[in-house]
Write a protein that binds this ligand. Structure first.
Ligand code: TXA
Ligand code: MG
Length: 337
């Protein structure tokens, strides 16, 4: 199959909608990361997403809508708190989990009785959903396990020959996937995956719990609320290691442990030698993270050291993705290597 890449326009959105209406899959931009979209109601279309990504079947997909009226038919119940949160944070990088209706096939929900729904803010994503007139199931458009794509070129690198069309909407502004949350009680939310809508932002509306799986390794065989959290994820081919140090101390440690094919993501600006600039601001780090991990692979890196990010705001999302990319390995500068 030849994969076409078209810049986003009204015409290309229409072309995407035609393919999607016939059970095909299309790479689409969103404000978080690129998605691999199919008609969320169509079991066989959704199965072809799993095949294209090589994704485990029990890992459910997020359903994307462009208007609030599209939500009620997909779910059995909408907690009042969900509506309050939607009013404040939709459209945007936030996914909420609801009991699913009969419209959602098992393939979309990974066999669960719930469905994850989000309304993206990206004008391109919204125009494509509008042109379809039906909700789109879309996981990140990477091969399962590799870093999420934040440009159309990243999608092409992973999906060339596997899908008919990618819509190029430029670089994703947010850069990490949406916040995923569920409702353990009437007046609280639990963050299962941190993202662009942060715990701090949500705590202005309600009590916020952070699922332990966000910052620690789930025990083998343990039941996790968000199945995606149990898989090794976001990993480049290179070995990633988080270094619990900052500034000069981080740089000195990296230089003392450098070698052929070793790269270091530093928060200082300007990358020289083994160092690449990761940025100081968590927002900037989120924006750059996946592209830097992909570049490391392109440059044939064998090891990537990363300066410990802040865990505040969207920094928690950066830390969560890095922990998985690093298979939970953090070293202190006093540790034996
Ligand atoms: O920003 C995003 O959310 C991107 C763009 C494309 O919208 N999509 C995305 O999808 O990141 P994906 O499939 O890569 O990640 C979906 C996450 C997984 O961790 C999955 O386990 C969780 O959401 N999830 C989906 N449905 C769920 C459900 N019913 N219950 C619990 N977790 C769910
Ligand atoms: Mg993903």
């Amino acid at each position: 199959m030849k994969t076409e890449v078209l810049p986003f326009s009204e015409d290309s959105a229409k072309k995407a909608a035609e393919i999607l209406a016939h059970g095909g899959i299309v790479g689409i931009p969103t404000e978080t990361v690129y998605g691999l979209a199919a008609d969320a109601r169509d079991e066989s279309a959704v199965r072809s997403i799993f095949a294209a990504k090589g994704r485990p079947q029990d890992n459910p997909l997020i359903v994307h809508i462009s208007r609030l009226e599209q939500l009620p038919p997909l779910v059995r119940e909408i907690p009042p708190l969900a509506l309050k949160i939607a009013e404040r944070f939709w459209a945007g990088p936030l996914t909420m989990i609801f009991p699913k209706s009969g419209l959602i096939p098992q393939a979309t929900s990974g066999g669960l009785d719930t469905v994850a729904v989000r309304m993206p803010s990206s004008p391109a994503a919204r125009a494509i959903i509008d042109a379809c007139g039906f909700p789109l199931a879309a996981p990140s458009a990477n091969l399962s396990g590799s870093p999420s794509p934040t440009t159309a070129q990243h999608v092409l690198n992973d999906m060339d020959g596997r899908i008919p069309l990618i819509i190029d909407g430029g670089e994703c502004s947010c850069g990490v996937e949406s916040t995923v949350l569920c409702f353990p009680t009437e007046d609280s939310v639990r963050i299962l995956r941190p993202g662009g809508v942060t715990a701090e932002m949500l705590s202005e509306l309600c009590r916020v719990e952070i699922d332990p799986a966000v910052t620690s390794e789930p025990e083998k065989g343990a039941k996790v609320l968000s199945p995606g959290m149990k898989y090794k994820h976001y990993s480049p081919k290179a070995d990633v290691l988080i270094v619990d140090a900052h500034g000069e101390e981080f740089r000195e440690w990296c230089e003392a442990h450098s070698g052929e094919g070793v790269i270091a993501l530093s928060q200082e600006s300007g990358g020289q030698g083994m160092f690449r600039s990761f940025g100081k601001d968590p927002q900037e780090q989120a924006h750059r993270l996946f592209a830097l991990l992909r570049e490391a692979d392109e440059q044939g890196a064998v090891r990537v050291y990363v300066e410990m990010p802040s865990k505040e705001g969207i920094g928690l999302a950066v830390y969560n993705r890095l922990l998985r990319a690093a298979a939970f390995r953090i070293v202190g500068t006093d540790d034996e290597q």
